[in-house]
Design a protein around this ligand. Structure first.
Ligand code: 3H9
Length: 698
């Protein structure tokens, strides 16, 4: 048909093969090729059409790179309607992942056969969209309303066997899909099987309670998002109106979604996540080091979580502690975590036992002589870390990668404690490390390219999203967080309450308000860090006076049952505490601050713009490779709402000039020290350029 779609007769079967690497996305050429193929089949003496794909997957959806550009014919819904209307039997043969428009192509075909390893799904919601080529209308006709709402609202792909149970796939096979599919089509032809058009089937009626349950679940799981509500409306239309009308509504709402800033933000996230995996200046074919076994120094919460991440990925782990007692404690935490995963249905008992079996403990560094990687995860004491690295240098084989999980310390100074700084880098996990997806990979001055490339590849294997950071205090995430937390505390003393500050940020979309985050992490952590700082580096006392008072009263946060909030010992539910509010007001008076009303918009702007302002500095200094990397750090490590795209995408979407104007206003009101605009932001506004333009031309 064309470069990406071929048409070959195999006896009386027209075999149509899509070959559009990497994921057979439905580019204009693929759509055109499929349309030409279905028209050719209508005219020749084939008895059936078999749609197959080359490469690693069946069609993985519309071509996302075409979004935002003028749409070119043939449009996917029209193409799929024509496929379904075919007088000749059309069969889709699925391997890899049939997603979005790809799965809609399969749903418009008359029959579907899939390899047992395949998955199918409608993940458009993750891009801020809805299935726009009949998916919301055909899926309910096949799998019913409740199952379809589940599929489309979660966006999660389902394995072929589950899809078969739902009726979304007719036959699951193993081995050679091409051969099995031909045999299947042969059987259908021989049995004179008539075409089966999904659009002609009725949707089984369900009560309003099914839609109510879906809406309630969306309100909880997809707080703030618009696409899920449109999806519910489409599925309702599938049940209440004829196919053509439902499809018209689907089209209208799909077009509305495409214009929605949330869709732009989520599509930015899709590409940013993939970009983040690429390291500027390192060839993608750099030979990698083999990582089959690893060691973790320190069996605390962090070390245990790191050990589990590797064990879960099939890598054997040696956990090192200072003595048997500490080791037993560390291994017991791991046992408890695995038991928790089994209880929550995340892992089967067998799988948990298998993973746990890969972790052994030791108290002597000699046990690390043969491992390929070691991650140090002891507490934040720079001297202790250097001591450990000197010992690792002596104990580990040449070529072993030595990583520190430090959140703040100078990775170069740690590397200098060894005779092999080229093998040293930072791997900053987020707690709990076996659950949180983010991994900041800190590239030291002397870190070798193959070490960095190996760790970036490895991060995928342990199911983390890795972002490269340069060396600076706090790296990307924690460095930016300082301004965010500072403004949260300042808003508190200037007129807010823990609830008002938390509510403003939670309602804006953050997973948790900043005051609650402080209580969760432990107020003593910041307190100890401040104690270690010289007086002139402490900054504005208004930003830490209240937490200092709370810590000195023994209110350390959740762990002591009291912090900014008081926690129910059973449920851990927080309640506002009038004693804390009195302390805030007393300290504000002592600091000479006249309290006033602070509205939610001011709180949001101060916290988010402080974050982004530091982000511009981080970019200019080359600490982050690109703006999207910062966004990924915040989405996966700090509970930033994905549908706002991350702090840098968010400020870009507002308009950098407007953001700068607001920062200038804050500078006027609150002073230079906290609110001097980042030079890069000023420069871009002066030149009328976007951050994207700056990143593209860098
Ligand atoms: C849709 O279908 C709308 C319709 O309902 C209605 C239309 C009217 N387009 O992830 P990977 C690129 S919405 C363009 O690293 P993996 C990706 O950027 C769509 N490009 O591989 C990357 O490029 P690079 C619904 C795409 O093996 C490369 O392919 N579909 C697309 O880990 C490899 O990707 C989806 O949302 C695309 N659709 O995972 C599916 N997909 O190498 C989105 C991928 O330059 N895709 N690329 O960085 C995925 O979930 C995963 O890519 C997939 C493979 C599971 C397929």
């Amino acid at each position: 048909m064309n470069d990406v779609v071929s048409y070959v007769m195999d006896g009386d079967i027209a075999v149509v093969t899509v070959n559009n690497p990497p994921v057979n996305a439905l580019s204009q050429a693929v759509r055109q090729g499929l349309l030409d193929a279905i028209r050719q089949a209508a005219d020749d003496d084939s008895k059936a059409v078999l749609i197959l794909c080359e490469g690693r997957t069946f069609i993985a959806g519309a071509d996302i790179t075409e979004f935002g550009k003028p749409m070119a014919e043939p449009f996917l819904p029209d193409l799929l309607n024509e496929i379904e209307a075919s007088e000749k039997l059309v069969v889709a043969a699925i391997h890899g992942t049939a997603l979005g428009g790809g799965f809609e192509t399969a749903l418009a075909s008359h029959h579907r056969i899939a390899l047992d390893s395949a998955k199918v799904g409608l993940p458009e919601v993750k891009l801020g969209l809805l299935p726009g080529a009949g998916g919301t209308q055909r899926a309910p006709r096949i799998a019913g309303v409740a199952a379809s709402l589940d599929l489309i609202l979660s966006g999660a792909p389902v394995p072929a066997v589950k899809a078969e149970q739902l009726g979304l796939v007719d036959k699951v096979v193993s081995g050679d899909l091409g051969a099995a599919a031909r045999e299947y089509v042969r059987e259908l032809i021989d049995a004179d099987t008539p075409v089966r058009r999904t659009s002609e089937q009725a949707v089984e009626l369900v009560g309003e309670d099914v839609f109510d349950a879906a809406a309630a679940s969306v309100a909880k799981r997809a707080r703030g998002q618009t696409a899920p509500h449109r999806i519910i409306e489409c599925v309702r239309a599938a049940m209440t109106t004829p196919f053509a009308e439902g499809q018209k509504r689907e089209r209208e709402l799909f077009m509305e979604s495409m214009q929605d800033p949330q869709a732009k933000a989520l599509q930015h996230v899709f590409f940013a996540e993939r970009e983040a995996a690429k390291v500027v200046g390192i060839d993608k074919d750099t030979p990698l080091r083999d990582i089959k076994s690893m060691g973790v120094i320190g069996g605390g919460t962090m070390g245990g979580g790191i050990a589990m991440s590797f064990a879960n990925a099939g890598i054997s782990v040696t956990l090192i502690e200072i003595n048997d007692e500490a080791l037993d404690r560390g291994l017991a935490i791991i046992d408890r975590n695995y038991a928790g995963s089994v209880k929550r249905g995340k892992l089967s008992e067998d799988k948990a036992a298998d993973c746990r079996g890969r972790i052994t403990g030791a108290t002597d560094y000699a046990a690390l002589a043969d491992v390929d990687l070691v991650i140090e995860a002891v507490f934040e004491d720079p001297e202790l870390k250097k001591e450990i690295f000197a010992k690792l240098d002596a104990a580990c084989k040449p070529g072993a990668i030595l990583a520190t999980n430090t959140s703040y310390q100078d990775v170069d100074a740690i590397a200098a404690a060894t005779g092999r700084p080229q093998d040293v880098l930072g791997m900053h996990f987020f707690s709990p490390a076996h659950i949180m997806k983010l991994l900041e990979v800190v590239r030291g001055d002397e870190t070798a390219d193959d070490v960095l490339a190996t760790v970036m590849k490895l991060s995928k294997k342990i199911r983390k999203v890795a972002v490269v950071s340069g060396v600076c205090y706090g790296f990307i995430g924690n460095r930016m967080l300082q301004g965010y937390f500072r403004e949260a505390q300042l808003c508190l003393v200037e007129g807010g309450s823990p609830e008002s500050v938390d509510k403003a940020m939670f309602d804006w979309g953050m997973a948790m308000g900043p005051i609650s985050v402080g209580d969760l992490a432990g107020l003593d952590v910041g307190y100890k860090a401040r104690q270690a700082l010289p007086q002139d580096e402490l900054g504005d006392p208004a930003a830490y006076r209240v937490p200092d008072v709370l810590v000195e009263m023994g209110r350390l946060g959740q762990k002591s049952g009291k912090g900014f909030y008081t926690y129910d010992p059973e449920t851990r539910r927080p309640s506002p505490d009038p004693e804390v509010q009195a302390i805030i007001e007393r300290e504000a008076a002592a600091l000479g601050i006249e309290r006033r009303d602070i509205d939610a918009q001011e709180i949001v702007d101060r916290l988010i713009f402080a974050l982004a302002n530091e982000g511009f500095r981080i970019l200019e200094e080359g600490i982050a490779q690109r703006p999207g990397d910062i966004d990924i750090v915040y989405l996966y490590g700090y509970g930033f709402p994905a549908w706002r795209g991350g702090p840098m995408h968010y400020v870009e979407s507002l308009g950098l000039d407007k953001v700068l104007a607001r920062i200038e206003e804050f500078r006027e009101r609150f002073g230079d020290e906290n609110w001097a605009p980042a030079p890069l932001l000023e420069k871009l506004v002066a030149e009328g350029r976007s951050l994207k333009d700056w990143a593209d031309r860098k």
